[in-house]
Design a protein around this ligand. Structure first.
Ligand code: 26Y
Length: 826
């Protein structure tokens, strides 16, 4: 009878409408006579969700029954953005929904626009995790994501008087996409002491970690639908809650009710807020608590699932692959070893062999300030048993190194997990390498660089084979089909349908149409329409009118000195100064340009905030200058996030990826822009290099010094008194220092980093090349037909950068897992 009664998916428009109305009336308890866009969004989301849940349940049952190897993607960040549109497209329900809501008097675009972004991430690393979940489901891999359910995602950015201000992002008011699992509650312990216990089977005295504070982890599950498949995977996010024992009855009985609540609040604090730092390690205790809380709950869950199958422990790595998204979950290595030896009574060596065969570690940065280090006293206090295990892991590792390289004491010092100093600190990347069977970088140059620099000793110790590359990718579902439906439709009409969304290499067929005049025209019209849409958004939000026929030059990403937004804005100033000198006749020959910036600065990153201020200040001057403002506008888009990216990315003519060579591990927005027919101005860094190889040198504007020269150039700066400055850059600095963009003191830090500091990010070395390359961009843009050729050819050659390709590489080379297709319901 249960089977007969079990829920089924709606199909047609009428059924869908019925479900929407039912949800509005009963689930939301709202009158249909008072249904605004927001209520219509909620009803639509709930209706779509029902179909999703049916697929999700089926997938989970199927995967449990199959009992094959699963991969668990551990990431502190999942930058999901909005869900509704993606869910409709992936399940093939968008047309039904569009017609359905239209019949109810709504536009689907308005409904989609009601949704709040799920912004549980900072930038590239978090968005990569979200793209990977999409690909894992689309490719039918049995996979779970594990993360934290932050009450506050990345802050909302407001620009007040030209400066960034941060506003909390409370996003959980109405979130139909999560399902609390109050029955999945896991106790996680902190602090406490380690005491000797009884002897184990091997005759050793057991170590017992006890007497700590206990916090509960509650699971919240989020369905992740694949595109064109029923496979719907699970993202499990943990929320912290006081365990029963936290409530202090002593305080309560003595009348201190508030005091008794305080400890409870402390527990809830753990999952309260996403740390807003990107590529900079602050070493805060609460962050370490978050990491252990999440790792302990996830591993408990994974081990419990494994134990249900009653397999012997030796099969653990054949059933479980765990990928560490950067070092943030490195404690998982220690926790699994602890579970094996302290709780499941395995011998050290057997346990360690299982552990290392289970984990893979992805590195996302070479920047020293982003490599996590935890102070030993902090770990000693919070996780005393884990510290002992880390010492043992390190000891056995160093002993093996000693055997391989006898008497090389300096090597031992260099590779030790424990870095000497006051206090001593733990180098988490080293622990991650030692505890994993594969370590990968995220683009070829980056993977080569980590082997040659920060992890060189480990290559000597473990051999080349442990280190590999998996170049990042992006999901074409969200970043082409969803963000740019018109382009997706045009492509589909040429390459024979939408199969390219599941095999992006099929884009290559587009090259056949490179001389097709109407196709080219349609292509450029779609680009123009995307620019018109962005121009409207800019007008609505900033009151500034920008010309959609001007060249849209876009740099949107986290604000960081290494990404060199400062070089971009210096270039804008240089352009402005040139325009000011020109006669009206000369001006007529110039290509009008709109320079668009967007991105958040970490709240404590003062230099990044100064860069934002300079951009907004230049905008204030330039946009009002009647002499030049038809040729140059500068826009800063507030609160850049995933849903804004979906509007911005399709609208670029050119986008900037101009990091100092060797600093940007990969970059992924570079791929998004090119996939939408934009060209790139960029340095030979990260994935730009592979993009160039794929699309051809004639289709990209490369500039600047190469990674191999960066170190020498830095040394030359350091040994000189003043950085020798390019004349063009000198002129720009003079304009800033003359106060043309407001009080020059505002920028003194930025200026001195460039002049008397060592100009660590080599702006002075790359500036003239940057300006010269921007001139080439202007020239190329004058030839619209040539530009269209570059644009189409580039898109045709972007197949490699699908996240599907990346996921298949992980599956084959690192996880050793197979897809498992869920048969559609009979
Ligand atoms: C230590 C902690 C505060 C921390 C938090 C966030 C450290 C790093 C990060 C975020 C790093 C990040 O987003 N890295 C980016 O990863 C992308 C995906 O691999 C790359 O494309 C991009 O180049 C890299 O900067």
């Amino acid at each position: 009878i249960w089977r007969k009664l079990s829920a089924s998916e709606f199909t047609g428009k009428e059924q869908f409408q019925k479900e929407v109305v039912r949800h509005v009336e009963t689930t939301l308890a709202r009158s249909i006579y008072n249904c605004d866009d927001n209520a219509a969004y909620s009803g639509t989301a709930l209706a779509i969700r029902d179909n999703l849940v049916i697929k999700w349940n089926k997938t989970q049952q199927h995967q449990t029954l199959q009992d094959q190897k699963r991969v668990y993607y551990l990431s502190l960040e999942f930058l999901m953005g909005r869900t509704l549109d993606n869910a409709m497209l992936n399940t093939g329900l968008k047309d039904t929904a569009r017609e359905g809501v239209s019949g109810l008097g709504f536009r689907i675009e308005d409904i989609i626009d009601q949704e709040h972004d799920a912004a549980l991430g900072n930038g590239g690393l978090g968005r990569l995790a979200a793209c990977f979940l999409d690909s894992l489901a689309t490719l039918n891999y049995p996979a779970w994501g594990y993360g934290l359910r932050y009450r506050y995602g990345i802050f909302k950015q407001e620009i007040i008087n030209g400066f960034q201000a941060e506003v909390p992002d409370y996003w959980l008011d109405f979130n139909p996409w999560e399902f609390p699992r109050h029955d999945v509650a896991i106790d996680v312990m902190f602090y406490g002491t380690v005491n000797p216990g009884p002897r184990d089977d091997h005759g050793n005295i057991k170590k017992v970690w006890e007497g700590g504070e206990i916090v509960q982890a509650i699971a919240y599950d989020v369905p992740i639908p694949g595109y064109g498949t029923d496979c719907t995977n699970n993202l499990r996010l943990w929320s912290s809650k006081p365990s029963g024992g936290e409530f202090d009855f002593g305080k309560f009985n003595s009348g201190d009710y508030e005091g008794s609540i305080r400890d409870q609040q402390r527990a809830e604090t753990i999952s309260a807020v996403l740390y807003p730092n990107d590529n900079i390690d602050a070493g805060k205790e609460l962050r370490l608590k978050q990491q252990y809380f999440w790792v302990a709950a996830s591993l408990h869950d994974i081990v419990r699932r494994f134990k249900k199958s009653h397999r012997p422990w030796k099969e653990f790595p054949e059933q479980v692959a765990i990928q560490l998204n950067d070092t943030h979950p490195t404690l998982a290595i220690v926790e699994l070893q602890r579970i094996f030896i302290d709780i499941e009574n395995l011998a050290w060596d057997e346990a360690w062999s299982l552990v290392t065969r289970t984990f893979g570690y992805t590195n996302h940065t070479v920047l020293p300030e982003a490599l996590e280090k935890w102070s030993v006293p902090l770990v000693q206090n919070l996780l005393p048993r884990h510290l002992q295990i880390i010492y043992d892991i390190n000891l056995f590792f160093l002993q093996s190194v000693e055997r391989k390289f006898p008497k090389d004491r300096d090597l031992l010092r260099r590779v030790s997990v424990v870095e000497e100093g006051t206090p001593q600190v733990l180098r988490m990347a080293y622990l991650a390498i030692i505890g994993s069977h594969k370590v990968n970088g995220v683009a070829e140059l980056h993977s080569d660089l980590i082997k040659a620099t920060i992890f060189k000793d480990f290559v000597d110790i473990f051999g080349q084979d442990k280190f590999t590359n998996v170049t990042n990718g992006i999901t074409p579902r969200r970043w082409l089909h969803q963000a740019n439906p018109k382009l997706s439709d045009l492509i589909a009409s040429k390459v024979g349908g939408y199969d390219f969304l599941q095999d992006l290499t099929k884009l290559s067929v587009l090259e056949k149409y490179i001389d097709d005049k109407t196709f080219k025209k349609e292509w450029m019209e779609i680009k123009l329409a995307a620019k018109v849409k962005l121009a409207k958004y800019i007008k609505d939000t900033t009151q500034i009118a920008v010309n959609p026929h001007s060249l849209f030059d876009i740099q949107v990403k986290r604000i960081h000195e290494y990404k060199r937004q400062q070089m971009n804005i210096f270039g804008v100033i240089y352009r402005y100064l040139r325009l000011k000198e020109m006669t009206p006749e000369e001006r007529k020959k110039q290509v009008p340009r709109t320079s668009i910036f967007g991105g958040k600065a970490a709240p404590g990153y003062w230099m990044a905030k100064t860069i934002i201020r300079l951009i907004t200040a230049v905008g204030e001057v330039v946009n009002q200058d009647e002499e030049t403002n038809c040729l140059l506008k500068v826009i800063f888009i507030e609160d850049y996030n995933v849903s804004k990216a979906e509007v911005i990315v399709p609208a670029s003519d050119i986008s900037e990826h101009i990091s100092t060579a060797g600093t940007e591990a990969s970059g992924t927005s570079n791929m998004k822009f090119v996939l939408n027919g934009g060209l790139i101005i960029g340095t030979c860094d990260g994935a730009n290099i592979e993009i160039t190889r794929e699309i051809g040198e004639e289709n990209i504007f490369l500039l600047g010094n190469l990674a191999e020269h960066v170190e020498d150039l830095r040394h030359q700066h350091r040994f000189g008194k003043d950085v020798v400055m390019d004349l063009k850059l000198r002129e720009v600095c003079d304009a800033i220092e003359a106060g043309r963009f407001g009080p020059e003191q505002t920028y003194s830090g930025l200026m001195s980093a460039l002049t008397t500091g060592c100009d660590y990010y080599l702006v002075s070395d790359d500036f003239s090349s940057y300006i010269a390359t921007q001139d080439l961009v202007d020239e190329a843009y004058k030839d619209q037909d040539g530009w269209a050729t570059k644009s189409i050819t580039s898109v045709a050659r972007m197949g490699f950068f699908s996240a599907d390709r990346a996921i298949n590489e992980y599956a084959d080379e690192i996880w050793n897992i197979e897809p498992s297709k869920i048969e559609p319901r009979s």
